[in-house]
Write a protein that binds this ligand. Structure first.
Ligand code: V0V
Length: 134
């Protein structure tokens, strides 16, 4: 079902500052930025040959990412697996009693559709993503 890892996401307090660090120190190129209102975050993407890196900054204290940074600090926030068909993935994982955080897809970056598996199930937050048109 999971065709590959779409991205690994790292939560940060200051997106501009982190982009600068990733570009100057890791010499990665920031190829894309977007505000995703529904998740209360701004994201920035860095492409590598296989897996993309997503930096996420909470836009307000209401964002789930804000709470996580307050508690654990900056660092790895989730891993995102790509699927061909997100509705089929939701149906299948629900049937297998996965602890899903949403039972319908939400809007992700790049016009993607996303949902999440509760972090307690695998000891980390997992995002499932169906690629968008952008
Ligand atoms: C929370 N926990 C995590 C975690 N977030 N553990 C590992 N990785 C994470 N990212 C743990 C937390 O430490 C607690 O453990 C427990 O889960 C319950 O968390 P909580 O702090 O009490 O907070 P809740 O329950 O209010 O919210 C946690 C959840 C929330 C996961 C339900 O953060 C959520 O809905 N996340 C999904 C949406 C999201 O993260 N969106 C931003 C990415 P203890 O202390 O009980 O042991 S947006 C994005 O990726 C986009 C747009 C994209 O890719 O396109």
């Amino acid at each position: 079902m999971f065709t590959n890892i779409d991205h690994m996401a790292i939560c940060v307090k200051d997106l501009n500052n982190s982009i600068y660090k990733y570009e100057t120190e890791l010499q990665l190129n920031c190829s894309y930025r977007e505000i995703v209102e529904e998740q209360g975050v701004e994201v920035a993407f860095f492409e590598t040959e296989n897996v993309n890196i997503e930096l996420i900054q909470p836009l307000s204290p209401n964002s789930p990412v804000y709470k996580y940074i307050e508690k654990k600090g900056e660092g790895l926030h989730h891993i995102a697996f790509r699927v061909e068909n997100i509705d089929e993935a939701i149906t299948d994982l629900k049937k297998r009693q996965f602890h899903l955080l949403q039972d319908t897809p939400r809007k992700g970056s790049h016009g993607s559709k996303i949902f999440f598996i509760h972090p307690k199930q695998f000891g980390m937050l997992i995002e499932i993503v169906e690629k968008g048109e952008l």
